[in-house]
Design a protein around this ligand. Structure first.
Ligand SMILES: Cc1ncc(COP(=O)(O)O)c(C=O)c1O
Length: 490
């Protein structure tokens, strides 16, 4: 294996371990031109939007959507590039495979798309959902671009503070927040969502311990079907998240009884994830502003509507025209303006998923019975979404296949000792040579942050391609020695 320690690819101003690397020849390569691969009653359920995304209303014909241009593209030479840098060359020189490879400029572009969409709204907050990807370097970059953060644990809050996020642009969510973490949240001054009766009690207790009044939002279930996999649907009536809406009055009375501990500032909902029809957000926002009207009628000065995250991305790379951040914001814009609200959004996937690939090496190809398998070094340990949700993530080889290579239907599987260990099923791919590079696309969200060390496959390193084409390491890979450290002194 070629070592990064000696190869010149990794010199970059942001490189954390400068002593390991030398000058990066790719910083001299200009970024190549971008090429696409193709390529009211509160108790009522919302009326569902059933139109496919392409048929949904577009107010301004000048803003007609075009297919998304992926930052990982196959060029005419048959090689896969991340921005202007060849993925197979990066692959040869990193310390080990598999590894995660990001495009830093794509992260910037994704944030800018949201910022543009939010223009004209009063004090909007882009709360990046840290659960999607908690790489500290990525968080620092997102914070630098003006994002706030959405947190679901005390450690995510600690990390957000370490990354320098402004606590007044952070929101602490969750159905089982513990008092210790709530004390941290109260001290830091982040927004906290009330999720249940016991959660309200815990927030009150934390406020007393911290000696701080907490800005709270009520997490309401609009009961809109987001039309996604049940594991990522969260805003329906039977969800484990949010308050029982029939008990809204109980929550309002409870807040009134604790004026020193709680200040109700808004209402929150989160419908689910991978949503590809933005009308669904409008359906939910209509229900939410009705709740806000009702809450205001009782004298509360609530200024924030938090519509959560959930916008989907083009995992299939089929050229489908999916809603953009602007489409999403445009569906709720008038409602937000009509009530003079500050809008909070909580995107995770749509900010980070399409900025990254998991880069793997082919260990070998085999056939059993009627099935053909490409066995790679990556697995469900590094990327569990296909095994967990049967999620589709696009897969391709990083180098051109030999002219005579046969196209065959393959299951792409890892070495983990589980039949559930697959990255893709039934993929039409040219038969790869041993050692060929193979990427799993759109791996920026819910991949590394869900990675495990199952089978003692240690979590992989992460890199990003910077604006000038140089490549930097942004997270060390875990090692066997890291594992042994858990037993030191026992
Ligand atoms: C409360 C909340 N907000 C935001 C998000 C981010 O969602 P997504 O990554 O789909 O944008 C999630 C994820 O499920 C969530 O539970």
């Amino acid at each position: 294996m070629a070592g990064t320690h000696t190869h010149p690819i990794f010199q970059s101003p942001s490189l954390p371990t400068k002593t390991f690397y030398q000058k990066n020849p790719f910083s001299k390569i200009p970024i190549l031109p971008f090429k696409p691969t193709t390529t009211k009653p509160f108790s009522l359920r919302a009326v569902l939007s059933t139109k496919p995304p392409s048929e949904q209303k577009q107010d301004d014909p000048s803003k007609k959507n075009t297919p998304f241009h992926h930052c990982f593209t196959k060029h005419e030479d048959g090689y896969l590039y991340c921005e202007g840098t060849k993925v197979n060359e990066i692959m040869e020189y990193v310390e080990r495979r598999p590894f995660y490879l990001y495009s830093k400029p794509q992260i910037t572009r994704n944030v800018e798309a949201y910022k543009d969409a939010l223009e004209g709204l009063k004090n909007p907050v882009i709360g990046y959902a840290i659960k999607a990807n908690n790489n500290l370097k990525i968080l620092e970059h997102l914070r630098g671009l003006g994002c706030g953060a959405v947190l679901v644990s005390g450690n995510e809050l600690r990390l957000a503070l370490r990354a320098g996020f402004d606590p007044t642009r952070c929101i602490f969510n969750g159905n089982g927040k513990i008092v210790d973490d709530l004390v941290l949240a109260a001290k830091a001054g982040v927004f906290v969502n009330i999720d249940s009766e016991f959660d309200l009690e815990n927030i009150v207790a934390a406020a007393r311990i911290a000696g701080k009044r907490v800005n709270v939002l009520l997490r309401i279930n609009p009961d809109v079907d987001p039309q996604v996999h049940p594991y990522v649907a969260t805003g329906n009536k039977n969800s484990k998240f949010g308050i029982r809406n029939e008990k809204l009055q109980w929550f309002l009375d409870a807040v009134k009884q604790h004026p020193n501990e709680l200040k109700l500032v808004g209402a929150h909902c989160h419908l689910g994830s991978t949503i590809t029809k933005v009308d669904i957000f409008r359906d939910a926002a209509e229900i939410m502003v009705n709740y806000i009207d009702q809450i205001r009628d009782q004298g509360f000065e609530v200024d924030y509507l938090n519509i959560g995250g959930g916008l989907g991305i083009d995992y299939y790379h089929s050229g489908a025209i999916l809603p953009t951040p602007r489409d999403l914001i445009d569906t709720v814009r008038e409602l937000v303006l009509s009530r003079d609200l500050n809008l909070i959004i909580e995107p995770g996937r749509s900010l980070i998923a399409n900025t990254c690939c998991l880069v793997n090496r082919v260990t070998g190809v085999k056939t059993n019975g009627s099935k053909n398998f490409i066995v790679i070094d990556g697995s469900m340990a590094e990327l569990i979404r296909p095994s967990l949700y049967d999620a589709y993530q696009h897969i391709e080889l990083v180098s051109p296949a030999p002219a005579d290579a046969e196209i065959t239907s393959y299951d792409v599987v890892g070495p983990v000792c589980e039949s559930a260990d697959f990255l893709g099923k039934g993929r039409e791919l040219p038969t790869p040579a041993k050692g060929a590079g193979l990427v799993v696309h759109d791996a920026g969200a819910y991949c590394m942050s869900m990675a495990s060390t199952y089978n003692l496959k240690m979590r992989p390193p992460e890199y990003w391609v910077e604006e000038d084409g140089s490549v930097s390491k942004i997270r060390h890979g875990e090692t066997f020695e890291d594992h042994l450290r858990f037993f030191e002194g026992l």
